[in-house]
Design a protein around this ligand. Structure first.
Ligand code: C2E
Ligand code: CA
Ligand code: CA
Length: 470
């Protein structure tokens, strides 16, 4: 059949329109693909942003739940990424089944999901149901895995939350707080936000303080059963302007997560050696320095210590490195090798907060340990004194059997001191003898001089130490 050229010309607009239609369809499909996560098939964060954060987007949902699978990384490391993918697919399917019909589910990042809830919803109950359903996942053909999940919830109209961006931020902050505090789920509140701001502020001030070295060191003595000082523990103190004193329990984890602990740790070592150098060598006790696992893993610790010894003319036998058992859990063999090397160079190693973790005896087996510091929680059980005494005796036997010196931490009363002494403990540390204080305030303990007599508390504690010297 021959088609007249005029007829062909009249078909051109039609062909062109069809071609354009096909192009448009393709672009729609591929952009939908871009907005969907290829593993779970769920819409991703760009889809959420497009739906709610775009100027022409939908109004914010009633609530946002931000859920994280906290041990997904561990699953990937231990069982491989394929198993991790399986877990994610099953988890997203289970969440989808558990959620009420009007809830939208997004996969926000590797291990986080966001649910947008509408209408008359009960987000805490929803979070609980989902968390329960995710507790155990059984990837095909493999042993079941326990998932550790946490949820943060933010509800519209509560506190200062109005738009979708606020809700996501609030739910993510609640999720982080829940993880930190070990709660399965938490509801966003203003105090939580203030806490988060405080952390950001602390992190900023911390970095400035590391730069200008505006920290101080306090020292807490370790005593023998006669009350004599056998060693000192150096404890960091920080009081940034406008915030007042901040506990090391609060700022050390921030210094660790930001990596600041590495320059800070180096400054601590220098400061401790510098300050204690003023004590005459004949009365100078060895000093315990707390070492963070981040410092251990940084690969710089040995050089930092060597350099500080060179500069101060001191010996490694004067330094005891305190490591906290629960912090070493993930890198036990690497840390063990490092500590062994340090021990070989003459530093002594103290295992801090012993007994507070989950696998203390395993640590003792694998780590080179010279000193065990028994966690102060063991002295708190007033209701069962006999049981407490038996547990403490077991720590004493452990030390004796392994030829390791054992220090009882957190001795706050004469009664505790007597109990420990009767059991056979030989080393004690705690407020009963002395709170951590500047080295200057401790001088009378060593010399009997009246150098620090203006320090009322120092004088008082000195008396106490004397009582037990006799
Ligand atoms: P830690 O190493 O277990 O230090 C002992 C903590 O117990 C100190 O708290 C001390 O003040 C407190 N303490 C001592 N005796 C008693 C007592 O009788 N009763 C009670 N309730 N508490 C007592 P601090 O100084 O607030 O330090 C807290 C933690 O911060 C330390 O625990 C240590 O893990 C960390 N830290 C402190 N200074 C440093 C440091 O220079 N470097 C590193 N990496 N961590 C440090
Ligand atoms: Ca310590
Ligand atoms: Ca301790």
């Amino acid at each position: 059949m021959v088609v007249a050229p005029e007829a062909l010309v009249s078909l051109v607009p039609l062909i062109l329109a069809g071609f354009l239609f096909l192009l448009w369809r393709r672009s729609i499909c591929s952009s939908a693909q871009v907005y969907r996560d290829s593993l779970t098939g769920l819409p991703g964060r760009p889809a959420f942003d497009r739906t709610y954060l775009h100027p022409s987007g939908k109004t914010a949902p009633e609530a946002i739940i931000f859920l994280s699978i906290d041990n997904l990384r561990r699953v990937n490391e231990l069982f491989g990424y394929r198993r991790g993918d399986e877990v994610l697919k099953q988890a997203s399917h289970r969440i989808g089944v558990a959620l009420p019909p009007r809830t939208e589910l997004y996969r926000f990042s590797g291990e986080t999901f966001v649910f947008a809830c509408f209408g008359d919803c009960d987000p805490p109950a929803m979070a609980e149901t989902v968390l329960k359903d995710l507790r155990e996942i059984s990837p095909e053909g493999a042993t079941p895995l326990t998932l550790l999940c946490t949820a943060g919830i933010a509800m519209k109209g509560r506190e200062d939350l109005t738009d979708a961006a606020d809700l996501v931020r609030g739910a993510a902050a609640a999720n982080a707080a829940a993880r930190e505090q070990g709660n399965p789920h938490m509801l966003y509140s203003r105090s939580l936000r203030e806490e988060a701001f405080r952390k950001v502020r602390i992190a900023r001030l911390l970095s400035e303080s590391v730069e200008d070295d505006s920290f101080t060191m306090h020292y807490q003595p370790i005593h023998d059963s006669e009350g004599n000082i056998t060693a000192l523990e150096a404890l960091l103190r920080w009081s940034p302007p406008g915030l007042g004193p901040v506990s090391p329990d609060e700022f050390i984890p921030l210094a660790e997560s930001s990596g600041l602990i590495i320059p800070l740790g180096e400054k601590i070592i220098h400061r401790v050696l510098e300050e204690t150098s003023f004590l005459p060598p004949e009365i100078r006790p060895p000093v315990h320095i707390n070492i963070s696992p981040v410092q251990l893993e940084s690969g710089h610790l040995q050089d930092q210590l060597d350099e500080a010894l060179l500069w101060s003319g001191r010996s490694s036998s004067e330094i005891i490195l305190e490591v906290t058992e629960s912090h070493l859990i993930h890198r036990l063999s690497a840390c063990s090798a490092l500590l062994q090397e340090l021990q070989g160079r003459g530093y002594r190693i103290a295992l801090d907060d012993f007994g507070a973790g989950f696998s203390s005896l395993q640590y003792l087996h694998q780590l080179p340990v010279d000193i065990l510091k028994i966690d102060r929680s063991f002295l708190r059980y007033r209701q069962a004194p006999e049981r407490t005494a038996r547990i403490l005796s077991a720590f004493r036997d452990l030390g004796e059997g392994l030829n390791i010196s054992v220090v009882a931490e957190g001795v706050e009363s004469e009664e505790q001191f007597h109990l420990l002494r009767t059991i056979g403990f030989c080393r004690f540390q705690g407020y009963f003898f002395s709170k951590p204080q500047p080295l200057r305030a401790l001088l009378p303990f060593f010399t009997g001089s009246s150098l620090c007599h203006e320090e009322e508390s120092g004088e008082h504690r000195q008396d106490r130490a004397k009582i037990h010297c006799t």
